[in-house]
Design a binder for this molecule. Sequence first.
Ligand SMILES: [Zn+2]
Length: 492
Amino acid sequence: MLIASEKRIKVGTRPRERWRKEFGEWYNDVLIKAEIYDHRYPAKGMGVWRGYGKKIANRVYGILKKMLNENGYEEVQFPALIPEKIFRIESEHVRGFEAEVFWVTRGGLTELEEKYVLRPTSETPMYYMFRIWINSYRDLPVKIYQIVNVWRYETKWTRPLFREREISVFFEAHGAFASKEENENEVKLATKIYATFFRKLGIPFIITERPEWDKFPGAEKTYAFDTLMPNGRALQIGTVHNLGQRFAKAFGIKFQDKDLKIKYVWQNCFGVSGRVVTSIIAIHGDDHGLALLPSIAPIQIVIVPIPYKGFEQAVIQKCREVYERLKNAGFSVVLDESDETPGEKFYKWELRGVPLRIEIGPTDIKEKEITITRRDTFERIRVNEEKIVDAIRELMNKVEEEMKKAAWDWFNSKLEIANSKEEVGKLLEEGYIVLTSWCGDEKCVEDITELPGVKILGALVDENLEYIKPKHGKCIFCERKAKYLVAIAKSY
Ligand SMILES: [Zn+2]
């Protein structure tokens, strides 16, 4: 333990007043000031990924892509336009999306004979092609994904990366399988992939089976991952849909099996959006701005020279020396030699969430020590200059793990069991995700869903998609037998 043996100064708890109380404004400020995403583009619900934000998104999606590739998925890319006749093939899907699609009706000055839908999601174009590609059991399974833009005509509110008209980093994976069992196993695999992915990002979550009335249009079952924003509102961050054979039958996706019989395929799909980046910003941030995990930070370390009169040259020289050593050791490091004051530099790099800051001044040079400040806790650590590479490596692992743990601890403190209907209302007001025993009947929770912003997230399941047992024998609403531990929250 290199770190523990060094001098440590505890700076205190994180400033999180504004983060919690004015979350919406805080979030918009961070997106703009940290140069992540700019929603000032003159089209409602459409924003611009800036360089720093795109780097974060690429790292995040890179983790997901790697996991998909390792599990036999292939990246593909489909056209953004869907011919109307393809879009209309599966009726329930159409009903679910019709009110929120953009249409392309003109080509130049000519009204098009066949209109196009700007894809709101890609089941229909993909499954049209599945029918062409899949003929024999030898063509199965098909496992593909793409990361593309999708468009949904949101008529209510929009918020950058939460709810957009152009969803700009939409990840969707789609599979076709020979048997029901194989498909169900894949739905479980997808759930495990997401659980691992969110854990790697330090995004705490619960998994629920969405109730009948809240399933993806055309799905037999929808499983969803929800996390919690600082203001106590739940945010859906990922979904896994078991599509059964509904699309296969609508699109005619059939194959000849080993037994020579012609069968329909079984399908699933799963997706995430820019809300993953939202969650990273919201969950790990504080009043100073972003705080990034070392594993996804585009810049892991910033070096800030603290020049004193007469020592400017020595300080810069030492900074450059340390910079070279850290760069050569494989860290992503920036030496800030701009003409801003050290205070301005601290502010700038804290806002951008750089996990570690190194300050070097004349005293540090004299004492052959270096001061490192953690972005997540503001803890300052002094380490021997000779040991800097190992110390930083160890500290980064520590920061990574402690940030994840802090996020889960906070989330778990916001989950609460309610023993009565009155308690449900009270806990929802206080910003908890409420868990309680439920029979599964929609009528029992009707009153609750009428409360402003409240949503029945669904029956709590584990990563194997097994229902988590309710705490009480009886539904707290109707006293019939309880089947589920239902999660209820104020939600986006
Ligand atoms: Zn009931």
